[in-house]
Design a protein around this ligand. Sequence first.
Ligand SMILES: Cc1ncc(COP(=O)(O)O)c(C=O)c1O
Length: 359
Amino acid sequence: MDATRLRAEFPVLSRLAYLNAGTDGPLPERAVRAAAEELERELRDGRAKAHFERRGELSSALRAAYSRALGCDAADVALTTSATEGIGQVVSGIPLQRGDEIVTSDEEHPGLQGALAAAREVRGAVIREVPFAEVAGAVGPRTRLVACSHVSWMTGALAPAELARLEVPVLLDGAQGMGAVPTDVHAIGCSAYAAAGQKWACGPDGSGALFVSAELRERLAVERRGYGNLADAGEGLSAKLHADARRFDSASLSAEANACALAAITLLEDYGWAAIHERAAALAELFAERLAERGREPAPRDRTTLVSFESPDAETERAQLAEAGVVVRNIPGRPWLRASVGAWNDEQDLERLLAALSP
Ligand SMILES: Cc1ncc(COP(=O)(O)O)c(C=O)c1O
């Protein structure tokens, strides 16, 4: 499949310069069809034993696809409904005494900050915020967890490589990582990685994946239990959690959401992850260069898919761009607009954005 055929899979791109995968990726037509087919089957056949078996099959196939995107075994991947949910599973499950510390950066997303604030409020943890580039060096004797982004949602900067050498567990918020940049959880050296399914994997809202290493898995408490994550729920109060990462699975994953997510990630996988990552990074780099030529210097970034740049009035300019058919977002609390550049985009999308910017 070439880039033109990949692009043709995403109907929204025929109308809009859609540069917003950092919020929600464009949906491929085949993914929407896959979801509709599941719902039609349910409409026609009802939802009994065969339906639950179908849900199980879809979960297994989706888990396997996420594990290939993350570079790990499927047994180490849980299915979640969001990056936020995966983050919450890890932060709320890690053993903490009052006064124990979690190190994080000062440019994290509410999806991580919410879990950290809860750890402080409910469990008496101390949250230490340092600049993103300094998180690895900030570990002290009371640090029990380092939790930060794989790719900063504000700037597109990458987490420091020194995180791989830490002894304390590292939880990466991979919302802007998986599907966007090469992601090998073992090479990155993290103990847990929470990914979003609806962003760079182009799945539906309510999809996601959580990698947890076998060592950390044993140490995390799991309070939320039920059919979704028990090995044999029929054992009642004696029922045990799944031995593998399925113990962190979301309580209820629908056939339609899983089928949609699976069709989308399979499309990207068919194009090839290396080719997806390279094309997106090259287009983002080109866009950053063109912006700088226009005097709109991008915020310091790494070779990722996000390009943030200053705007005199980011909210107003975002709305103006939307009227011109160009979809980007502004970053709250910073004077920036952010373009998310995917392999499905092309140079014309970038030109359209450049042309629609205020002078
Ligand atoms: C860095 C980061 N973390 C977490 C999230 C939240 O993702 P989700 O909606 O999958 O929980 C986002 C989404 O915008 C993000 O950019």
